[in-house]
Design a protein around this ligand. Structure first.
Ligand SMILES: Cc1cc2nc3c(=O)[nH]c(=O)nc-3n(C[C@H](O)[C@H](O)[C@H](O)COP(=O)(O)OP(=O)(O)OC[C@H]3O[C@@H](n4cnc5c(N)ncnc54)[C@H](O)[C@@H]3O)c2cc1C
Ligand code: FES
Length: 272
């Protein structure tokens, strides 16, 4: 029988208390919500933008009971959200999904784009518990590298690698390029990944070839967020209920779809 979330699934309205610009295309939105303030890194919420749409977003922070989500403007709902100011009303359901496990030892976090947001939440929680925390972050261009200062405040400089596709900051390459040699050179007890699915797929190939543990957060199109509609299915899994965080054994099971195709809002299969 389907185990449906109850209180978490009730829509609550709240007001934005702060909006912070992170880059030309990314803003962080802050609001209070009692249930989401208990969220763990990796979990997501459904944010309703009144009159427009409801969208899934990773929870980036819950410090002092204030929930933060970091959002890139890509379409209708996210552009409308970007136009909202503090005081605007939004709706919240969640938190939903599983979370990253808390690994000790030597930990590597790899983020691409807004995928860096939930990893920053995780990094803050792991900072005092791990032997070594390394961070690899990639973006198209320097202005899209998110949370550089915050990551610098948590990880030692020698354990941070940044890449940009146009060479405006860090190494000029895809994030996967320095990773291969890093994984050959240093030992890691866990590799956490969040970013575009193609990036997750390439990193999974690198960790598989070296038999390394990995947990990756996936983004699929979502409508209900609670396992009912099937729009987020990958292989035998529903990303909203079984994920969004998947381990190596689960990623192996879905490798014929991972980074290859997804289900669109009209139910058709779309190649990446
Ligand atoms: C679990 C989860 C966590 C997410 N966390 C974040 C986050 O922290 N920050 C953030 O900026 N975005 C996040 N996303 C993606 C975000 O939900 C989409 O960008 C948003 O729904 C787009 O809505 P829109 O109406 O603006 O764009 P639309 O007009 O619906 O689409 C514009 C473009 O974005 C793509 N898109 C739409 N929905 C998704 C989706 N769910 N995943 C990937 N691409 C999508 C479409 O294919 C299209 O190319 C997350 C998605 C999931 C599933
Ligand atoms: S979003 Fe409906 S089943 Fe996952």
């Amino acid at each position: 029988m389907l185990d449906l979330p109850t209180a978490n699934n009730q829509l609550r309205t709240t007001q934005l208390v702060q909006v912070r610009t992170e880059s030309p295309t990314v803003k962080t939105f802050m609001f209070t919500d009692r249930l989401c303030s208990k969220a763990k890194p990796g979990q997501f919420l459904m944010l309703w933008i009144p009159g427009i749409d409801e969208i899934p977003l990773s929870i980036m922070d819950t410090s002092n009971g204030v929930i933060s989500v970091t959002v890139k403007a890509v379409g209708d709902a996210t552009r409308h959200l970007h136009n909202l100011a503090p005081g605007a009303t939004v709706g919240v359901r969640g938190p939903f999904g599983n979370s990253f496990t808390e690994s000790r030892g030597r930990v590597l976090l790899v983020g691409g784009g807004t995928g860096t947001a939930p990893l920053l939440f995780l990094a803050k929680q792991l900072a005092s518990k791990t032997d070594r925390l390394s961070f690899v972050e990639g973006a198209k261009t320097a202005s899209e590298l998110l949370f550089v200062k915050e990551v610098g405040g948590i990880c030692q400089e020698k354990n941070i690698i940044t890449t940009t596709e146009d060479g405006t900051a860090g190494l000029q390459c895809l994030v996967t390029q320095p990773l291969a040699s890093l994984l050959d050179k240093e030992k890691f007890d866990m590799i956490y990944v969040c970013g575009p699915e193609i990036m997750v797929k390439r990193i999974f190939e690198l960790t598989e070839a070296r038999k390394l543990p990995i947990e990756a957060s996936l983004e699929r199109l979502m409508r209900c967020g609670i396992g009912l509609c099937g729009s987020c299915v990958i292989g035998k899994y529903r990303v909203c209920r079984d994920g969004p965080v998947f381990n190596a054994a689960q990623l192996r099971e879905m490798k014929d779809e991972l980074g290859i195709s997804k289900i669109g809002f009209d139910g058709s299969r779309i190649p990446f």
